[in-house]
Design a protein around this ligand. Sequence first.
Ligand code: ADP
Ligand code: MG
Length: 696
Amino acid sequence: MSNIPETFGCNVFSEKVMKERLSEDTYNALIETIKNGKPMSEAVAKETANAMKDWAIEKGVTHYTHWFQPMTGVTAEKHDSFIAPDGKGNAIMEFSGKELIKGEPDASSFPSGGIRATFEARGYTAWDPTAYAFIKDDTLCIPTVFLAYGGEALDKKTPLLRSMQAINIQAMRIIKLFGNTTAKRVITTVGPEQEYFLIDKKLFNKRKDLIYCGRTLFGAKPPKGQELDDHYFGKIKPRVAEFMKDLDEELWKLGVYAKTKHNEAAPAQHELAPIFTETNIATDHNQLTMERMQVVADRHGMKCLLAEKPFAGVNGSGKHNNWSISTDTGENLLNPGKTPHENAQFLLFLSAVIQAVDEHQDLLRISASSAGNDHRLGAHEAPPAIVSMFIGDDLEEVLNAIEADAPYSDKEKEVMKLGVNVLPRFAKDKTDRNRTSPFAFTGNKFEFRMLGSSASIACTNVMLNTIVADVLEKYANELEKAEDFNEAVHQLVKRVYKNHKRIIFNGNNYSEEWVLEAERRGLLNLKTTVDALELYTRPENIELFKHHGIYTEKEVRSRRDILLEEYSKTVNIEALTMVDLVRKDFIPAVMDYTKKLADLINSKKAVSKHIPCRTEISLLETQAAQCDEMFVRVKELEGALKTVPYTTPLETAQYYKNKIVPDMEALRAIVDEIEVNCDREFWPMPSYGDVIFSVQ
Ligand code: ADP
Ligand code: MG
């Protein structure tokens, strides 16, 4: 791509394009809608639709789609063409305001958790004008929300927009108290770092587990893994570099600020980080990024794996959700600032996050839960399933000083007083070193590291926005009544730290001691998706979401059921794939191999009884015994799959977790042992080593 500034965003119906193509009145009205949520008039919709259509047609586009994010986690599209009859037997290209604003996907099979019975299957999609339309694969894509006829959200975007509104309302109250009269809006910003694996397509196609499940279900460890750390930030291989170049260009055209790229810890693992943007746009962009990664990889003869744990024993993939709060005038409210005034405001927002995370550990954990991520959280390279926060030693010392009414350091004898004293300057990189923390303060933002690589970032940010909005509301209620504002802020920060500091842990989150310590502190340790989802519908949670207008009770319940069903379905597919592989591939393979051994023994014996056969006999005995064991375990799993209770989504998921998953693990263990002893020629699929070192 020669001219990046010119090509950047060339496929986006951006503000620049709007300005060029809309009348001044329409442009201004549309910007009011985008920035301040003003309702849109029919006339504005009509002119915008027309301008969008003309712009798209000039770029060779013939179709449009309402692009939305149903609960399946992948984006959905339903393509319609602009073609309309002109009444004289000819076709004209048309796109009305109504078509822009509202579409009606007749598809009834998107999950709704019981909200839509199939006979009233229709939901409708409505343009989300806060996100820009764009062109992808010769189609005009209109970012859209997806609702049921009763108005219930059926997608991931609607609650996200609602949560952004909730935090906007409460944070505005706080900054007003600090005397800010210029900001019109508070937004949350996100930069999601995306990890992924790239493997050769030919090898991918030889593994049914990868084809059906996106991750391997079997595989003995290769002789060389990541122990040499030679891949992390290492030189990028030419084939991967080509892919990255191509991907960047595609993303830039779509207005995604893909920025850094480097190799990650595991062989074949890489990362892409975009420059942060407003949360709703970051969410769209992350969906686009994941989709384009797969498309571009395919073009380069590779497969992009987004699964959280594609290979056991090899580093898994996550998504680091860097999150902050800022004003529309560009002030980052999680930036400590330089003056006592800025410092006090920062410490108040920091306290709000501390309190929110402590009070709602369950919701953050829920937002990172999926069958795939269960293999990652708590494993040794990923954050544990326990939610805690890292704020760094410097900041912790400041908060300790405030709590104890003590001087911050030996040098400064004065007692730390908010609104009066200046905070010491924190070196940014000093706050960023703890890579084991699930939720780390990194100088002017928080980095939530529990999220899995394949997940949409929407749910995590719904949770973050909502829980922080909730705490800010309480603070605003208290501080609006205060007589001495500075003193009230000081006391509040002091009290919050005292009551919620148990959530702060600056040590090694991977250690055994932390698990025990967290238990002593009374922190939750929700080890699996099912354990976490059980808590979703607690009365406090339903109340919280209702209060801020994020979810109705019905919506919370339906979402929980959808997630539970997704969990059960995923495990079910994986279990069936295992059974299939064992029956059709592994058992026959071991039989062939043992037959070869037996034949060899017999032919040696035929020559002379004295020819030694110790190797063959030993191998034969081991493989035959292990094969029997494999047969027992596969039958156990098959039996378990026949008795799944289809009672409630929770009970079904619990059965999968308690019975099916352990049976799968047991089966896998024996198969992996067999693989180690089996002749390479007989093993029916490429090994871990073959796959993860496949891209050179
Ligand atoms: P790393 O975690 O690899 O050290 P960086 O410091 O480069 O990463 O930043 C990680 C991500 O954080 C990037 O996507 C960046 O855009 C994002 N980020 C930086 N500032 C903010 C902010 N104020 N709000 C949200 N995300 C931010
Ligand atoms: Mg990071």
